[in-house]
Design a protein around this ligand. Structure first.
Ligand code: SF4
Ligand code: SF4
Length: 376
């Protein structure tokens, strides 16, 4: 992960204490979609094909806060639709930060520059900018010219104003792994705080259906694109175990309750990607009344067969990292070798200190003496 150290420690504290309490099913990241309306119509999007009366619906800030408090996840990703269209998005974001949630505000960035003044930089706030590759590829996938340039300009302005900014990239059929390796280099040179990447999910409602990768294609694509990722110093905002999974080096099934979605209909069943089971009115009801055996690779559900998205499988990778001390150290070591040495050392030392403290977050996470000595 590449979020601020303060935010990382609050997430680690939550994960450790939840694990120590023996809770079996718990949320890691809550997805919040306060509206479906968007100012783009991307080829692979399965979120915006609703009638106008649904596209006009908005969750109020109070509905958002009530759901976030009930769910209890330490991280909230605000998506849509385009969240910046929501008239109260600034109130929603500030309310989540006030509740000490790590907040990812997803945006296609078209409206970001003129809305930046509505937000304040915070260690708990990260702009997650939709960027599906280099200029030609991105503009093709969002079906509109000029969007890439608008996104890059907004990223640079947000960085200059002190915000944390990450990119969020979906990979589709036929994309060139070599082009994406250059794209990752370019993002890092631009100074983004992290990159998120996932194969697309074959939404039934997506306008184009021939663009989604099958599982073997996903393995092959990511093996090629991510080879020597540690040496390259790319900072992906994922558990290293999830990246291994994408490359076919780990075999996981999904954890759909780990990344639940609240939208204008309620809590979507079973997961962020599909609404086959309808909607629950609370997260508790979602957990207790969903027949989870119907979903995931092992279920044989054809809608799950090729799914390898981070929404379903990152929570599994995170749970795996916390399944034992050996696994945890493996994850910390992997994390530390991918990151720049100073930031990695500060983070991994703080994490280990947190473990040794029985899950307590150190009052001040300081870089270790090794950082200043520059030891790799
Ligand atoms: S920007 Fe996001 S929500 Fe809007 S159409 Fe594209 S993928 Fe869908
Ligand atoms: S595999 Fe899991 S995350 Fe993916 S669509 Fe099925 S239930 Fe959802």
């Amino acid at each position: 992960m590449a979020m601020s150290l303060q935010a990382q420690l609050s997430v680690f504290k939550y994960l450790l204490t939840t694990r120590m309490k023996g809770v079996e099913k718990y949320p890691v990241v809550m997805m919040l979609e306060p509206l479906f309306a968007c100012n783009l119509e991307c080829a692979g999007c399965g979120k915006i094909q609703y009638p106008t009366d649904i596209l006009r619906k908005r969750l109020t800030p109070e509905e958002c806060f009530e759901s976030v408090e009930e769910c209890g996840a330490p991280v909230v990703t605000v998506a849509g639709g385009e969240p910046l269209i929501h008239p109260d998005i600034d109130k929603i974001i500030q309310g989540l930060i006030d509740r000490k949630k790590v907040v990812y505000l997803c945006s296609n960035a078209i409206l970001l520059e003129k809305n930046l003044h509505r937000f304040k930089p915070s260690p708990y706030l990260i702009f997650s900018i939709h960027l599906d590759g280099s200029e030609k590829t991105h503009d093709r996938m969002v079906c509109k010219d000029g969007v890439y340039k608008a996104a890059i300009s907004a990223i640079k302005l947000a960085k200059a104003k002190g915000f944390q900014v990450m990119t969020n990239t979906t990979i589709f059929q036929g994309e060139d792994a070599a082009e994406f390796r250059e794209f990752f280099d370019k993002n890092m040179r631009m100074g983004v705080d992290g990159m998120m990447i996932s194969p697309g999910y074959a939404y039934e409602k997506a306008p184009q259906q021939d663009i989604f990768l099958k599982m073997e294609q996903t393995h092959a694509w990511f093996r090629e694109a991510l080879k020597d990722r540690k040496e390259k110093g790319w900072q992906f905002n994922h558990s290293p175990f999830y990246l291994d999974f994408l490359e076919g080096k780990r075999d996981y099934d999904c954890t759909p309750w780990g990344l639940p979605l609240r939208n204008v209909f309620g809590w979507q069943r079973p997961c962020y990607l599909m609404a086959e089971g309808g909607y629950a009115s609370t997260y508790k009801e979602l957990l207790e009344t969903t027949d989870w055996a119907l979903y995931g690779h092992a279920s044989g559900n054809p809608k799950c067969a090729n799914c390898m998205t981070h929404c379903g499988f990152e929570p599994t990778a995170v749970r795996d990292s916390f399944s034992g001390f050996g696994k945890f150290l493996e994850m910390v070591y992997d994390f530390a070798t991918v990151k720049g040495p100073q930031k990695a050392r500060a983070t991994s030392d703080a994490i280990v200190a947190s473990v040794e403290n029985g899950g307590a977050v150190p009052a001040a996470a300081k870089p270790s003496p090794r950082d200043t000595a520059g030891v790799h």
